[in-house]
Design a protein around this ligand. Structure first.
Ligand SMILES: Nc1nc2c(ncn2[C@@H]2O[C@H](COP(=O)(O)OP(=O)(O)OP(=O)(O)O)[C@@H](O)[C@H]2O)c(=O)[nH]1
Ligand SMILES: [Mg+2]
Length: 367
């Protein structure tokens, strides 16, 4: 039984396949890992298959899966999950964009308790070498969308990751397009993730396969994972929705506290505007406490460790939310003549999204 299986999806990689297999195998040897290499090829018309077959003669830990139907990168990786013979999978590109030397570290993190370990281009220490502006913009857009589903993960669309078999074994993956990791995070069953920075280097040989279709498929995938989470409450995206619901509920308690404090202070003879101001301050404090102790209580490795600092941030972000609420309500009444109640409601909703997104990332974000 192997310790881990390195899955390499390939399509027309005759220029790189020998080098990547040799490098991965050398990393196994150097780190005393009993690793398997599984090449999943979409029936490449070039020499990829022949080269792998030749390498198989001398390396017993290399195997090849040639697919004849349902062509696609994500489909190939998902097929690799089914055919791998170990309990830990590492997915890596064939074109040497991902450094194989990081494989032992990824494996080590899995052994230490992570369910998913992601090679991240977008965390401190990571990066991208030699990418044209267009590629960078597309990638950042994709990453931004993915982060809406998984706010703690800096690179949810990385092609370089390790995952335990049990995360994907029961998952109803619907692989499509390029972003198999997003599918794994969205449909797999996992608790602990870890990111490792790495520098992505652009392929030197062979052609890129990124097309417009890829971008459309990606948007569909994000929608699909969102819908999936509504009916699969063990999913990570549902954990995120629960936070949104809790945050909203806390917001409602804030309204009650606000009105109650206002009423009390007015009864005590405090002047209207002063009472109003105080009521708002107390309501925000109420919201902070509930969110800190309940909504975000499980936030691991907090970015902001001091509770006072979190409180200060929460007040600042809330003030921003109020300004947004006010600004949008005024703009909607002024410019399109909307009724003020409706305009306010829309302002409240957008302010809510602001408050959640920014506080989630900043006030209760992860390091
Ligand atoms: N099995 C299979 N592998 C694929 C397919 N498309 C791409 N790959 C492999 O998936 C990995 C990533 O593909 P790349 O074309 O390098 O994608 P990219 O890194 O986004 O783009 P470039 O490096 O600029 O070409 C490589 O190992 C490819 O050989 C496919 O349709 N089927
Ligand atoms: Mg590449």
């Amino acid at each position: 039984m192997y310790d881990l299986t390195v899955i390499i999806p390939t399509f027309k990689e005759e220029a790189n396949i020998r080098k990547i297999i040799t490098e991965v195998d050398a990393v196994f040897l150097k780190n005393a890992l009993n690793g398997e290499i599984l090449v999943v090829d979409d029936n490449s018309p070039d020499n990829t298959i022949a080269i792998v077959n030749e390498l198989k003669k001398t390396k017993t830990n290399v195997s090849l899966l040639v697919r004849k139907s349902d062509h696609g990168l994500s489909q190939s990786v998902a097929d690799g999950f089914l055919h791998a013979s170990s309990d830990v999978f590492v997915v890596i590109d064939a074109d040497l964009s991902h450094p194989p030397v990081l494989i032992p570290k990824m494996y080590g993190e899995i052994r230490a308790g992570s369910d998913v370990v992601i090679g991240s281009r977008y965390m401190e220490g990571g990066g991208i070498k030699k990418w044209p502006l267009k590629r960078r913009v597309i990638s950042l857009g994709a990453t931004f969308l993915g982060r809406l589903l998984f706010p703690d993960i800096t690179d949810p669309v990385s092609g370089f990751f390790a995952v335990r078999k049990r995360v994907v074994a029961q998952a109803q993956l619907k692989p499509r397009g390029y972003k198999i990791l997003l599918e794994v995070l969205g449909k797999g069953i996992w608790e602990n993730d870890k990111e490792i920075p790495f520098e992505f280097s652009d392929r030197e040989i062979g052609a890129s396969k990124l097309k417009i279709k890829t971008i459309i498929e990606y948007a569909q995938q994000v929608m699909d994972i969102t819908l999936y989470s509504f009916s699969h409450h063990e999913s990570a995206a549902w954990r995120e929705w629960k936070k949104v619901f809790k945050f909203g509920l806390v917001g409602l308690t804030g309204v009650i506290v606000n009105l109650a404090v206002l009423k009390l202070l007015l009864m005590a003879g405090i002047s209207g505007y002063a009472a109003l101001f105080f009521a708002i301050v107390v309501a925000i404090l109420n919201n902070f406490l509930w969110n800190d102790l309940w909504t975000f209580k499980d936030s691991a490795q907090r970015l902001v460790t001091s509770v006072w600092q979190r409180l200060w941030l929460f007040y600042t972000v809330s003030a921003g939310g109020a300004v947004i609420n006010y600004g949008i309500a005024i703009a909607l009444t002024q410019f399109i003549g909307m009724k003020i109640e409706l305009a306010d409601l829309i302002g409240i909703l957008i302010g809510f999204v602001w408050n959640f997104v920014i506080n989630r990332r900043l006030t209760w974000g992860r390091k």
